[in-house]
Design a protein. Sequence first.
Length: 304
Amino acid sequence: MELAGKRFLVTGGSGFIGSHVVDRLVDRGASEVVVLDKVVRRENLEGAGDTVALLEGDVTDADVVRRAIDGVDGVFHMAVLPLGPSVENPRLAHEVNAGGSLNVFEAARDAGAKVVYSSASSVYGDTEETTDESHPLNTRTMYGATKLAGELYLRAFNDAYGLPYVTLRYMNVYGPRQEGGLVMAVARRLLTGEAPTIQGDGSQSFDFVHVRDVADANVHAMESDVSDDVFNVGSGGEASVREVTEKLIEITGADVSPTYDTSKRVLMTRRVGTNRRARESLGWQVSIDLDEGLRDTVEWLRGR
C-alpha cells in the first residue's frame, strides 16, 4: 500500500510507540492520521501537524471504534492495557486487549482496511532459546494471553472474511516518550543522582529495540503486500540488565552504583528473538544500535 495520500487510524496513537508511528505516517505523506486514545497525550504529538485528528474514546466502545475507522485505508492497532495492570486486573485486560481488539477487527473488516497489529514477545513466555516466529507459544501472563487472543482473532478474521493483516511481536522496546520500562526507570534515577535498584541479579537478558525502529517496522508492514503473517520486531542483539545499567551510568556520568535485589521474583530471565523474517519479507532494517539508542533516550530525558 502506498502511504502518501491515504488515511490511517492509530489506536493508542498518542502513547509511547503509537505517537512515533503517527510521526512516520505524517513524514510519509498520509493525508490524515486519526488518533484514537482513551486519554490523548498531546505532548507526544506536538510536532505531528494539522493532518492528525484526535479522538478521545475507548476501544471497548464499539460505536466509537466504528466512527474512528470509517473511511480509513489502514489501521495500526496499538491500544493496550500493559503488563502490570493486566496482572492486577485480569478482567480489564480481557475487556481491553481481547474485547477491544475484536471491536477494531470487526470495524476494519467492514471498512475494508488493512490491520497492523501490535502483539508482543510475551506470547513466547520465558525461554532460554532464541525465538523465531515458529517457536512454541508458552505465555504464562494475562497480558501475553490477551495479546495472543488478538493474534488468533486476526487469523480467524482473515480466514472467514479475507481481512488483510500483519502481526508484529515486539521485543523489549525503549526510547523517547516511554513512561515505564527498565531503560527509563534507570535513566531517570541516574539523572537525579540516585542509585537505581534492580530486581534480580542483573543477569536477565533481552533484545532491546529502539522505538523509532519499531515505528518503522509498522510502516513497512502496512506498505508491504504481505498478509496473514507474523513477525518478530527486535534489534537482533542481546544485552543483560546489568550491561544496560552500566551503559546508562557511563552515558549520564552518574557517580553511583546500582543495587541488585535478589529477593524479588523476576518475571522473565531471557527473551531474545531473531528478526530475520521481518528483514527478508518486509524489507525492514534496524538503524539504531543500543549505544546510540540509550544516548538518544538520555538526551530526550535531559531535554524534558
